[in-house]
Design a protein around this ligand. Structure first.
Ligand SMILES: [Zn+2]
Ligand SMILES: [Zn+2]
Length: 414
């Protein structure tokens, strides 16, 4: 941002050094695209070298002449009055005047008044005799710009764990966070009553301050947030008792939210408008993001909508086959049929008994059961003796080498 500004500044300087002839020609070309938009200096009837007080004097005298109150029978006076106001708004602001001098009406980034252009301001005709109108213009750019920058409060991210079962069922959940919250008592203004604020004197209510910095031979204008008013442009003179004028405070708040079925660890649920309030309560709240961590299931591992488990089966059941029944996440028992002559490492697939897909009607994933050989932790003397008797019966009759080759062929899928 600042780099861009420096480049723009350098371009201007080089531009000016090339001479005024080239400059005016160039502005003339730009002017071709502008339809009936008059030069601001011309509108106020002043020269480009006019001082601030000359600009103000010219504006005051023209504004008095064309004020709608003075010209009730002339419908064109209102447009004329608006035109004078617009010219004054730009030329009375040093930063905007400098940009106008450089780019004319065709400045980069569009109208300084926003997409709608200049809307006109209400000036009491009495103020044109005194000096009450300056503050109205002083705030035009400061406010529109700082409002744009402060449209949204900060986003928040909290982490939250949910039980594995909620992946299947979904969950209506609630969490409590301590977050910056707009003060209820003053509606975020920080002021005890609506008139308890005044324009910040350090920045004249613009929320931003300018200073000149020197970069080598070039003067660089740097604009930054006003530290006195925290870029708000106003200072609270009669602070709200609840928040001490801050407009917000850290408060505990409960957030209710829905966890959709199929959610996975790392997924974020967005709760719009539950983030931090914008500064000065102008604009919209940020968002709250809840990052979900799904707790482990006692035995299932998860792969998207599919789930996997290992099942220890003893030697006899592998050999003879059996049916194992265990409780399952869908409330119905999971029946695992182990066929006779099963081997450790074999898998049994149970389609459509897995998890739902998130935000999709694609049905459910599958359960995959991996068979493991269960080795008893302890064997009694009598079992040992029985096994010794059985040993020759449960071994293959072929040679050890043939068994190894057969195993290798199985592994290689031959
Ligand atoms: Zn308050
Ligand atoms: Zn300020």
């Amino acid at each position: 941002m600042m780099g861009k500004q420096i480049i723009a500044e350098l371009v201007v300087i080089i531009f000016l050094e090339k001479g005024t002839v080239e400059k005016s020609r160039c502005l003339g070309e730009v002017g071709i695209h502008m339809v009936d938009k008059r030069d601001y200096y011309e509108i106020l009837g002043i020269s480009k070298e006019s001082s601030e007080s000359e600009i103000k004097k010219a504006f005051r005298s023209l504004a008095r002449k064309f004020h709608p109150d003075k010209n009730p029978d002339d419908p064109s006076a209102e447009n004329k009055f608006k035109e004078i106001q617009e010219a004054y708004a730009i030329l009375s602001n040093p930063e905007e005047r400098r940009k106008y001098d450089t780019y004319g009406h065709n400045r980069p980034g569009g109208s300084p008044f926003g997409p709608g252009g200049f809307q006109g301001v209400n000036i009491n005709i009495d103020d044109l005799f005194g000096g009450g109108f300056e503050s109205i213009f002083g705030q035009i750019f400061g406010n529109s710009r700082s409002n744009n920058r402060r449209k949204k409060g900060g986003d928040l991210l909290v982490r939250h764990t949910v039980p594995f079962q909620s992946v299947y069922d979904g969950l209506e959940d609630e969490l409590e966070i301590e977050a910056l919250t707009s003060c209820n008592n003053c509606n975020g203004s920080g002021s005890r009553d609506p008139n308890g604020t005044r324009s910040c004197p350090s920045c004249n209510g613009r929320g931003r301050v300018q200073r000149i910095e020197r970069v080598g031979p070039f003067a660089q204008q740097v604009v930054s947030d006003c530290p006195s008013c925290n870029a708000l442009g106003t200072i609270v003179t009669n602070p709200c008792k609840t928040c001490n004028g801050a407009g917000n405070s850290y408060q505990n708040k409960k957030i209710k939210f829905s966890v959709p079925p199929g959610i996975a660890s790392g997924n974020r649920i967005k709760i719009s408008g539950q983030g931090e309030p914008p500064r000065g309560n102008i604009g919209e709240n940020g968002n709250l993001f809840i990052e979900i961590e799904v707790l482990d299931h006692p035995w299932f591992e998860r792969d998207g909508a599919d789930i996997l488990m290992a099942l220890p089966v003893n030697y006899a059941d592998l050999l003879l086959g059996t049916t194992v029944t265990i409780p399952h996440i869908d409330g119905k028992e999971l029946q695992i049929k182990i066929p006779p002559n099963s081997k450790p490492g074999d898998t049994i697939a149970l389609p459509r008994r897995g998890l739902p897909h998130m935000r999709s009607s694609r049905g459910r994933g599958s359960v995959t059961v991996l068979l493991k050989l269960e080795i008893p932790k302890k064997i009694s003397r009598s079992l040992k003796n029985k096994l010794k008797e059985l040993k020759s019966d449960i071994s293959n009759s072929q040679s050890l080498e043939d068994s190894i080759i057969e195993e290798a062929n199985n592994r290689r899928g031959k």
